[in-house]
Design a protein around this ligand. Sequence first.
Ligand code: M6R
Length: 615
Amino acid sequence: MCGIVGYIGYRNAYDVIIKGLQRLEYRGYDSAGVVLFDGTQMQLCKTKGKVSDLQAKAAKEMNAVGTIGMGHTRWATHGVPNDVNSHPHYSNSGELAIIHNGIIENYEPLKKELINRGYVFKSDTDTEVLVNLIEDIQKTNQLKLGKAVQIALNQVVGAYAICVFDVKKPNEIIVARLGSPLAIGIGENEYFIASDASPFIEYTNNAIYLEDEEMAIVRLNKSMKIRKIKDDSLVVPYVQELQLNLEQIEKGGYDHFMLKEIHEQPAVIKDTYRGRLLSDKGIIKMAGVEDNLDKFTNAKRIVIVACGTSWHAGLVGEYLIEEFARIPVEVEYASEFRYRNPIINKDDVVIAISQSGETADTLAAIKLAKEKGAFVFGVCNVVGSSISRETHAGAYTHAGPEIGVASTKAFTTQITVLALIAFRLAKVKGTISQSDYLRNLLEMELIPSKIEEALKVDGHVIDIAAIYKDAPNCLYLGRGFNYPVAMEGALKLKEISYIHAEGYPAAEMKHGPIALIDEHMPVVVIAPKQNHYDKVVSNIQEIKARSGKIIAVVTKGDEQVRALADHVIEIPETTEALTPLLSTIPLQLLSYHIAVMRECNVDQPRNLAKSVTVE
Ligand code: M6R
């Protein structure tokens, strides 16, 4: 769960690498490093901290020249974040340098063996073991670097995207991947290597995404050969034309990516349903669903697997699919599913949801479901990601790059896809009335403009944030479709402002959490005027009776809750099923403003990374 960048060409490698690392900081940001070949020797600079700390250190310690180099931004797995554990790592001879995203699970026995053979280790990392293993194989067998890397990778268990550089071969970088993404940007007389395409988008639109168990020698003035690591067979490279543009990966005038991404929701939700929803004709068409309609409609059960925010979207999906399509749905944390020997039958459909498409637990859950014979459908944002390739079929969310670690637009676009699936299946199965169906489709098309309206509460939310920014705890309550939104609101607050928060079904409060309520406890209650409205109003009364501070998210014009709550935040009216797309907006804003007021690093909260490619 780190970001890697490599460059070989004619530009100043340091500049390309530093800019690339800044774009990849969402993947990890506890330490950073760079190695350059200046024409005669390698120059290394690495430090605990962010890429900006690396820049400061490099400005003092390094002569940033050279047209070949590699850089790394780290999210620690083995070894605490410190200068020594930062990447790149050298081999014992100092001739090889490596950067690595992933985990070498069997590094301990390999390390013991290397120590027995006289190798000395400076860091606590698994990566330093790998580079020395490569060196040992290379030197013992007098092999070229590529061959040594291949043999070494056949001995390791785990996940990796690596770049290896040999000072004796200063015009090539060896790259390989298994379970961690790796893209190669192809320019005129230059190559870029990165965890995703964002570091090289202004230089080239052509990229090759390595598949698992593939490696390549990236060499100037030579055509690139991609090989299978296991059997050395050649792979025909597929050069993709990138759809990404620079604007999408910059802040566009916002202070933080998270705020930009919150405000992008009206536009990206349109992108999600564009071409799929023809509300005036009453048509939903999604290729991945249409092509497999029998699998969905004959499914005895749908199991949704996901993590974090995507899991919350999955819970909304459960409510949507059960309510409308009347197919039983279970929602599982991918991390539990993969290890608990779940019962999965051939006629089960598994839906895997992931923004990044790289989450290790979700990927492993998919592989398990496939082994058990289930049809696996992916709901992913990142095009060409591991999960999108591993699933039998799927639907992209088209949210565009989400860079803030706290997921916002990914959540609402995932719900949009799940709603489209639910309505489409309901229509085929005849489990929804025509009027309900059409109303929801028409409402779906109004959601972008209603989100625009919901975003106008920003100033009011800032005032509320100022009052509660120092609260040590916060409770979020919702019922029905809004219960997962309560959990998502709590997750947003805790991950970026470090305030402890819990999301609960409102009625569950009386079974325990009510004991927490006193005059110091802010309680965010999602109370739109819908099915459970009266019940939620009763819950609000219960909080008020115990002097809790009530922040209520209500339907525009609501007077009843206004009379009870300390603060109300209005959202436009929509169908009950689509309310999560609106009720989540003020909760995103609230967590954002509280985090800013607490001077937290909104886009890069501590201990987290955007895509969790480790177990
Ligand atoms: O990329 P994924 O959707 O698979 O990621 C899953 C979670 O790691 C992610 O949603 C995480 O919980 C976010 N930081 C929440 O904002």
